[in-house]
Design a protein around this ligand. Structure first.
Ligand code: B4P
Length: 192
């Protein structure tokens, strides 16, 4: 199963992807986690990405495509993967489409987690207190939400137009949301 998880910051992508990877037995590829690992390692890429992420802006498409290409070449994605946080704009969606076409591993299904903005802000404020992530401050959160609406919402339409999109209500307990995602992807799993 090759799955793309879409949703605004705080919609629960990372949270649900962690559960899905165990259930589906495929790797969870989070571009946010990959970037944070580069920042923590103090690599050249990490140094470049650090300020951009803290501001809530998107890191360059070229860097992200390189990261994804590299991650998909590790040899553990034969049974599929869960992409979390990528693609985040139309240029990334087209680049991903071309890359996966080239390696013969097209996306099976895209799931959008749907959550009201007010609740997103509340959840991220909760995480800010618990984890102190550099980009969970109010100013960056506003920026991330507006980038989502301007640049990532068209990606949702991209997958809708390709007949691959399922919209899932992301409000409720972690178990509720997880069950809804499994229901949404069940028809695709049966075909695969
Ligand atoms: P990400 O790491 O993707 O951060 P995110 O959008 O905030 O989502 P995340 O997965 O962490 O949070 P979740 O919704 O699970 O990106 C961070 C930054 O990296 C970006 O701003 C950008 O700078 C850069 N970046 C990443 N990918 C990029 C790309 N493709 N191109 C360019 N730049 C890129 O959870 C949020 C909170 O909600 C958690 O505290 C969780 O516990 C809580 N929660 C989840 N589900 C809940 C539920 N059902 N009920 C209550 N709380 C819930």
């Amino acid at each position: 199963m090759r799955l793309v998880l879409l949703g605004a910051p705080g919609s629960g992508k990372g949270t649900q992807a962690t559960r899905l990877k165990d259930h589906l037995q495929v790797p969870h590829i989070s571009t946010g986690d990959l970037l944070r690992a580069e920042v923590a390692a103090g690599s050249k890429l990490g140094l470049e990405a650090k300020e951009i992420m803290a501001r809530g802006d998107l890191v360059s498409d070229a860097i992200l495509l390189g990261m994804i290409e590299d991650r998909l070449s590790r040899g553990d994605t034969g049974n599929g993967f869960i992409l979390d946080g990528y693609p985040r704009n139309l240029a990334q969606a087209s680049a991903l489409d071309a890359l996966l076409g080239r390696i013969g591993q097209p996306i099976d299904c895209a799931v959008q987690l749907d959550v009201d903005t007010e609740l997103l802000v509340e959840r991220i404020a909760g995480r800010a207190k618990a984890e102190g992530r550099a980009d969970d401050n109010p100013e960056s959160v506003r920026k991330r939400l507006s980038i989502y609406n301007e640049q990532t919402a068209p990606v949702v339409d991209f997958y809708r137009q390709h007949g691959m999109l399922s919209v899932v209500n992301g409000v409720g307990t972690l178990d509720d949301v997880f069950t809804r995602i499994l229901e949404a992807i069940a028809p695709v799993r049966e075909v695969g």
